[in-house]
Design a protein around this ligand. Structure first.
Ligand code: GDP
Length: 442
């Protein structure tokens, strides 16, 4: 799998930081050294690595201490942020003409995946309700025209071709005219490629660009070619001022350096990635999701952010104090649950955890329901009952169950659960366990 090597190395580095209460400058230096090696081994462009490490160092050393995160977790967060911005921060969507046809040019070296991507993209846009025309402008490789026609048939998208007798510029021009007459929304032009960047090819592409004024010029690069893909992108961008990149073959066994360097070097965003040979294997590119994947943490970082935004540290401290004084009541119990809820539903939260499996999540819907039930039961109690659950006898239990639309067994279960957690907290506080409000990374 792509990024496996990088992912493993970064995770090893983070493991070393995790247990530490405080990070010294030496810890950070050692960690950034390891990150640097991991990136270079993943074939990331040298200059990109240098800038990246500089940024990590600056941010990690002056790190503001957040109470809810350990220093190790904060370093992970910084690396995640920087990896995300290295790949372009956010998903960049395709542009469309405000009115009339949207011409899209697909360019790239031979074998980069243009024709295949043309089919994939046409299908994606068709599914979004666009009327799409594919145009065969690769007149040098007769098989390319046939390939596009077969693809078009497969996905029921029209293909415009004038064989190999006309010039690509003429074909493109006539295709646009045809599209205008027949009210197409999007025209995807599949252009010729060469094995290497050459002047003649670039001139041809430049002329097509001038003729049809595309809204998007998407460069296809093969992720497996590593830093060569970056160099190719620089050349194409210089001549054509491309609008975005489609990185193909990311499903292959690549180290991932191209994906991590190409935007930093060219300033152009990866809009889509090819994840296989089939029509459906084209995905929008999300830098943030890719970064979390590299760090092997599911979406745990968004979870940390949510926790930071919603978890009231002052309340957590008050709670600790109450536990210490053994004043923890059902009112606190409910408040704690509300805090959990303000972070999103439990299933949402768990979905963001790495390694969460669907089986566990099925059980979780139940837990969400359970939460609502618990709240209803506590709401049906009187203030006195909430503060002193010991007074809740059989008849009170019956009343509470009726008031909350639950059964007496549910009320019993809740009281038992509360009693157990109170006991556990008593034990904790007598052991001097003060640190109960920390969020722990897995
Ligand atoms: P073109 O010369 O740029 O038009 O490239 P093609 O579209 O003919 O693709 C070259 C080869 O790469 C074909 O065998 C495709 O099936 C394959 N290919 C294209 N995109 C992907 C991808 O995302 N993943 C994989 N594994 N193969 C791809």
């Amino acid at each position: 799998m792509i990024f496996d090597g990088l992912s493993n190395k970064l995770q090893d580095t983070f493991k070393k930081l995790r247990g530490k209460g405080k990070l010294t400058e030496k810890d950070i230096k050692e960690a950034t050294r390891e990150i640097k090696i991991a990136l270079l081994e993943a074939d990331v462009n040298f200059k990109v690595v240098k800038d990246f490490i500089k940024k990590i160092n600056e941010r990690a050393v002056g790190v503001e201490v957040l109470q809810s995160l350990t220093p190790g977790q904060q370093v992970i967060k910084i690396v995640n942020d920087e990896l995300t911005s290295l790949m372009g921060k956010e998903n960049t969507k395709l542009e469309f003409s405000k009115k009339g046809i949207t011409p899209i040019m697909l360019v790239g070296l031979q074998g980069a995946g243009k024709t295949t991507t043309g089919g994939k993209l046409a299908n994606l846009l068709k599914e979004k309700g666009k009327k799409v025309l594919l145009v065969a402008c690769d007149v040098y490789r007769p098989a390319a025209i046939k390939q596009l026609q077969v693809l078009g048939q497969q996905i029921s998208v029209d293909v415009f071709s004038l064989g190999d007798k006309e010039s690509p510029v003429q074909i493109a021009k006539k295709a646009i005219e045809h599209a205008e007459h027949n009210l197409y929304d999007v025209v995807i032009v599949d252009t010729a490629g060469r094995l290497h960047v050459d002047e003649q090819l670039m001139d041809e592409l430049y002329n097509i660009k001038n003729e049809i004024e595309p809204v998007e010029i998407l460069l296809n690069v093969d992720a497996m070619t590593g830093q060569d893909a970056v160099t190719v992108a620089e050349s194409f961008n210089e001549k054509l001022d491309i609008t975005g990149i489609i990185m193909t073959k990311l499903d292959g066994d690549t180290r991932g350096g191209a994906a991590l360097s190409i935007t930093a070097v060219t300033g152009k965003h990866i809009k889509f990635v090819g994840m296989g040979e089939k029509i459906a294997d084209l995905e929008p590119f999300y830098p943030d999701r890719m970064a979390s994947r590299i760090l092997g943490m599911g979406d745990v970082l968004s979870l940390i952010e949510k926790a930071q935004a919603n978890f009231d540290e002052q309340k957590a401290l008050e709670l600790q104090e109450k536990i210490r004084k053994q004043e923890f009541t059902l009112v606190d119990f409910k408040e704690q649950m509300q805090q959990m809820k303000s972070m999103g539903s439990l299933s949402d939260i768990l979905q963001m955890m790495p390694g969460a499996n669907t089986k566990a999540l099925q059980g979780l819907d139940m837990s969400d329901k359970e939460l609502v039930k618990t709240e209803a039961i506590i709401d049906s109690m009187t203030e006195a009952e909430r503060l002193n659950p010991d007074i809740i006898n059989a008849s009170r239990r019956k009343r509470i169950a009726q008031g909350s639309g639950t059964r007496v067994q549910d009320v019993n279960k809740l009281l038992k659960g509360f009693e157990q957690s109170r006991k556990m907290m008593k034990q904790l506080s007598s052991m001097g366990g003060k640190k109960m409000s920390k969020f722990k990374l897995p």
